[in-house]
Write a protein that binds this ligand. Structure first.
Ligand code: PXP
Length: 243
């Protein structure tokens, strides 16, 4: 049985807090509730512009998360130093552009292997498992492997944003990239833009062992509560993962 682990991204709780400069809602509490509901991992992104998650959140969550702490970060010196001190279980390298609404594309590893390998080495030396967030492209998968990453997270945003035949093609790209990752011995995760409808098909890809999902779960939590929103996503994973 290919049991898919659910990483719950709580950045959006911090976005709401930062929008008013209040103490609430606290992503630390959201992480605890998500874990109690069955999340296998908590994912947070410490952005260079600190638009949602703050250093305080990272430090406290290192103490409070009882499952797996996945820290998303760009290869920015200041954030890398924090990561090496805090030592999350998993660090996912993502690209970052100041003007973007969310992480828009995968990391360009091809052509930047030396630079990426140095960052992977720095984090690995601190005892952190490194994942690279990449587009569903076999060349990027191979480059990630060559850079020493243990895991890749395949960007599902293009799949999530498309429809019909185009969506089927995007799913196929994810399938091919996942197979290439597994062939190389990489752990294969996926995420971005996944919701209570489009996650089902992604679960049918046997090489995928982890999904990181934030926006759809947090959005549903407004209406049904975070506990139920997490449980409903876990139910989808259990129903759809391949035996
Ligand atoms: N994975 C990565 C690498 C991300 O950057 C994000 C967004 O922060 C997610 C997963 C979660 O995406 P979404 O909020 O669209 O579910």
């Amino acid at each position: 049985m290919n049991r898919i682990r659910l990483g719950v991204n709580v950045d959006h709780i911090a976005t709401l807090r930062q929008s008013r400069g209040t103490k609430y809602p606290d992503p630390v509490i959201a992480a605890g509730v998500a874990e109690l509901a069955g999340a296998d991992q908590i994912t947070i992104h410490l952005r260079e512009d600190r638009r949602h998650i703050q250093e305080r959140d990272v430090r406290i969550m290192r103490e409070t998360i009882g499952t797996v702490m996945n820290l998303e970060l760009a290869a920015n010196r200041d954030v890398l130093e924090i990561a090496c001190l805090v030592k999350p279980d998993l660090a996912t390298l993502v690209p970052e552009k100041r003007a973007e609404l969310t992480t828009e594309g995968g990391l360009a590893v091809v052509g930047r292997e030396r630079e990426v390998a140095a960052t992977v080495e720095m984090l690995s030396r601190a005892g952190i498992t490194v994942s690279l967030f990449i587009n569903p492209d076999p060349a990027e998968v191979r480059a990630s492997f060559e850079c020493g990453a243990r895991q890749i997270e395949i960007h599902t945003g293009f799949y999530a944003d498309s429809r019909g035949e185009r969506q089927r093609q995007e799913l196929e790209r994810i399938r091919v990239a996942a197979a290439e990752g597994a062939r190389l011995g990489l752990q294969v995760a996926a995420g971005h833009g996944l919701d209570y409808v489009n996650t089902r098909e992604v679960c049918h890809i046997p090489e995928i062992i982890e999904l990181n999902i934030g926006h759809s779960i947090m959005s549903r939590s407004f209406f049904v509560g975070l506990d139920q929103a997490v449980r409903e996503m876990i139910d989808i994973l259990r129903e759809e993962e391949v035996g």
